[in-house]
Ligand binder design. Structure first.
Ligand code: ZN
Length: 187
């Protein structure tokens, strides 16, 4: 099993901007620690965030948000991509849709995606759908994803588990597994 961590939409818009709230801010410390653990374990970290153009379909639903080239479409400072990370742009909910993510993951030999970021029931869910259709295993650390409400978050997790067979776990659990992998790999 080779995992990559996908960081979905941890942008200023969804954390501190018009579409941000306390729930989205609440996952920052854990996600920050988790990404560091992934990097230490040699897992690729791939950021995929909105970079919208004015005619994108979502404008009808949400209004203009995370527009390409604006500060709102930038990753929050706390999670600033590090050397060796990958950064891709998307224009719809799914991190796979016309972003080059699938090609990147295949070239890295990845077979399992660890989905983090926002929102559990929207972009995380659409990303999981496309990962599922492409044959990837799906893992979700539930403390590194969130939604606008607790109900949406919970039902989002249930959906990922029931429909895509996602393994719902925690960031600590995964980080511990990776640390063990690392120690046995050198025996
Ligand atoms: Zn969007």
């Amino acid at each position: 099993m080779k995992e990559a961590v996908i960081v979905v939409d941890m942008l200023k818009e969804f954390v501190y901007g018009r579409l941000g709230n306390e729930r989205t801010r609440s996952i920052l410390p854990r996600l920050q620690r988790f990404l560091d653990a992934a990097r230490r374990a040699g897992k690729p970290v791939v950021y995929v965030g909105d970079a919208h153009l004015p005619d994108d379909p979502e404008m009808k639903i949400w209004g203009q948000h995370a527009m390409k080239g604006t500060p709102e479409a930038e990753t929050v400072e706390e999670l600033r991509p590090q050397p060796g990370d990958y950064v891709l742009e998307k224009r719809t909910y799914s991190a796979f849709h016309e972003t080059g993510l699938d090609l990147l993951l295949r070239s890295l030999g990845v077979d399992t995606v660890v989905i983090t970021g926002l929102h559990t029931n929207i972009c995380d869910r659409h990303t999981a759908a496309d990962a599922f259709a492409r044959g990837y295993q799906i893992v979700v650390p539930e403390d590194c994803v969130n939604a606008f409400t607790e109900e949406e978050h919970r039902s989002g997790l249930e959906y990922l588990k029931a429909i895509y067979g996602a393994r719902i776990t925690s960031s600590d659990e995964l980080a511990q597994e990776w640390a063990r992998e690392g120690s046995t790999a050198h025996v």
